[in-house]
Design a protein around this ligand. Sequence first.
Ligand code: CUA
Length: 173
Amino acid sequence: MGTTATVLSISFTTVCVLGIAFVIYIARSTRNPAVAAPDHGALAEREKAWFGVVVVLLVSLLVATIFFTPYGRTASANAQVEKIEAIQFAWLIPSTPLQAGRQVEFKLTSADVNHSFAVYTMSGELLFEVQVMPGRTTDYVYTFKHAGTYRVLCLEYCGVGHAEMENQLTVTA
Ligand code: CUA
């Protein structure tokens, strides 16, 4: 087993054990006659406080992540436009290579059903994924940092040949 698998297994087991212990604790506490009747007023106050905590957490998460939303990015004037069409079961990609360090404005559409355009490095790192739908064009702006060959896969099940939907993007320096 690799290091990551070991860490995941230990973490998963720990969370499971803690979860089971918590459920047992809750179940037992509801049957304990020695526990006095709950103070509903205090509980209502605590509920308000926890609601506030949840709201603050969610708003902080929203503010911290919303600026990283990749959709809606606008391409600069010198961006390379790359029109890609998905069909069952292939990616139709122009043969012209892309340039590293220069924005690529992907214009993605599908001829038939929903697909998902996923670009990976050759070592298997997912760089981005874009939903591709029939009847509309999805724009996505991305800048490749390095020259090389990138793998294109489909990440949405689209029929019997889904796993064969593979192609490549060539990026030059
Ligand atoms: Cu196209 Cu899966």
